[in-house]
Design a protein around this ligand. Structure first.
Ligand code: GDP
Ligand code: IMO
Ligand code: MG
Length: 437
């Protein structure tokens, strides 16, 4: 089997985010030279736990925690320099020095405080119809990018260009804010503080597409770290209850400037169940009492916002859709241990709408909110799984559950996670994923 040498492998979320991508990327990163983020910003929260340390990475790829490994924040991301500098400082306090190992794209778009303000104001204006954003300014920053008025990292670093660009944008933003939300934006001292931030990050900035393609040409390997998940993808997710970027594997190519032909494999990450933060339809959402039990056992509270995550049964319709969209070659199932005490487990195998089985994921949230999930019920194993390192040592019912998922989706299970720590991980032999390590 081919090793990852000279290859790019992408890890993507197959659900609504928080699948455990951080843990999975941290585990795999030791076999790769680079890890790279292609989309989103500090709306992401990727938790990595090892040797008694707990890190929540937001913008910086999880591979930075592996000694000597390099990490890239690509052009498709949106970067809040305040958050980036704070994240670098936090890592430094834990003894992790990013110097010479962290690279930021000169083409990434910058999140300014007015983006945060507009995110919050837009959510408030939506009232009951709010998306439940992370209020980090992600949506407004991507809006500016697409409207071709965004300010990029290369502009931030240019002390001559920045004042003019900011002046134009602020005049426009203030006109919109006054007309729509009835107030002026807080922009006092903005230029000065951003020039100072620019000085802090200047040393990280390069052409990251050139860097990564050069690395691949030399036979180095790149592990691509997805943020968010398939159902939050701007094009394919549960629009408008989505984020503003391309979370599926296609986004990896555009967001990093690595051609699709260079992607050698895609790893999809799913929990053994489903969670979602924020608003929007969630077909397999559990009744309150069941959801509460899973939330407690799985510690399902947002890594970034601390919000309780909504919990539901595994949705194979969602996973089938994710497999198709991202071309998932290997599936990682995380949080299997959360079901250790569960007497019975349900998994949704199909959607019924007005008495018919739907062949495809409905495009609109109005239909999705009305579908009836069809469930298959499987027995639980009611035995502890953490500490198991070999699939054959898993309880029979746990193996049956994993085989059921694999058969339904016609995809291998390349990794099983039975706890938040790095070593609570099973990598079955003979899989594609094992071959990349
Ligand atoms: P990400 O955004 O996809 O990286 O996922 P998050 O870090 O936001 O959320 C996943 C949560 O589950 C984190 O708190 C992880 O520490 C935790 N976690 C990951 N894998 C497992 C697992 O197998 N079992 C348990 N119990 N927790 C896990
Ligand atoms: P990771 O990478 C889970 C959700 C928000 C909200 C919607 C839009 O940790 O899996 P945004 O602030 O992006 O405009 O919010 O998307 N969301 C996430 N949910 N995990 C994430 O990232 C998320 N990033 C955004 O809760 O519903
Ligand atoms: Mg997360």
């Amino acid at each position: 089997m081919d090793k990852a040498k000279g290859k790019a492998i992408a890890v993507v979320g197959a659900q609504w985010g928080d699948e455990g991508k951080g843990k999975v990327v941290d585990y795999l990163a030791s076999s790769f030279d680079y890890t790279a983020r292609y989309a989103g910003g500090h709306n992401a929260g990727h938790t990595v736990i090892f040797d008694g340390h707990r890190f929540v990475l937001q913008l910086i790829p999880s591979g930075i925690l592996r000694e000597g490994k390099k990490a890239v924040i690509g052009a498709g991301t949106v970067v809040d320099p305040v958050a980036l500098v704070a994240e670098i400082e936090n890592l430094k306090k834990s003894g992790i020095d990013v110097r010479g190992r962290l690279f930021l794209s000169n083409r990434a778009h910058v999140i300014f405080p007015y983006h945060r303000e507009m995110d919050k104001a837009a959510e408030a204006a939506r009232g009951a119809g709010k998306i439940g954003t992370t209020s980090r300014g992600i949506g407004p920053a991507y809006e500016d990018k697409m409207a071709r008025r965004g300010i990029r990292i290369c502009d931030l670093l240019d002390a001559e260009r920045l004042p003019k660009k900011l002046e134009c944008v602020i005049a426009e933003k203030n006109a919109i804010s006054r007309a729509t939300y009835g107030h002026e934006l807080e922009t006092q001292g903005l230029l000065e503080s951003y020039l100072e931030l620019a000085a802090h990050i200047r040393g990280l900035v390069v052409d990251t597409a050139a860097l990564l393609n050069g690395a691949l040409n030399k036979g180095e390997s790149v592990l691509i770290e997805g943020a968010q998940g398939t159902m939050l993808d701007i094009d394919h997710g549960t629009y408008p209850y989505v984020t503003s970027s391309s979370a599926t594997s296609g986004g990896a190519s555009t967001g990093l400037g690595i051609a699709p032909t260079r992607l050698a494999g895609v790893v999809g990450v799913t929990k053994a169940y489903t969670t979602r933060v924020g608003s929007g339809p969630f077909p397999t959402e559990m009744p309150d009492l069941d959801a509460q039990a899973v939330r407690e056992r799985g510690n399902e509270f947002g890594a970034v916002t601390g919000r309780p995550r909504r919990c539901g049964w595994l949705d194979l319709v969602v996973l089938r859709y994710a497999k198709m969209l991202s071309g998932i070659d290997s599936l990682v199932v995380t949080k299997l241990d959360v079901f250790d005490a569960q007497p019975e487990i349900k998994a949704c195998t199909g959607y019924r709408y007005k008495g018919e089985t739907l062949a495809e994921m409905p495009p609109d949230v109005e239909t999705l909110a009305q579908i009836q999930p069809e469930y298959k019920t499987l027995p639980g194993w009611q035995k502890p799984t953490p500490g198991i390192r070999d699939v054959k040592d898993l309880p029979g019912a746990a193996r049956d559950y994993l085989n059921f998922i694999s058969d339904q989706l016609e995809v291998e299970i390349g990794m099983i996670s039975t706890g938040p720590e790095r070593d609570a991980t099973i990598v079955p032999r003979g899989t594609k994923l094992a071959g990349w390590l």
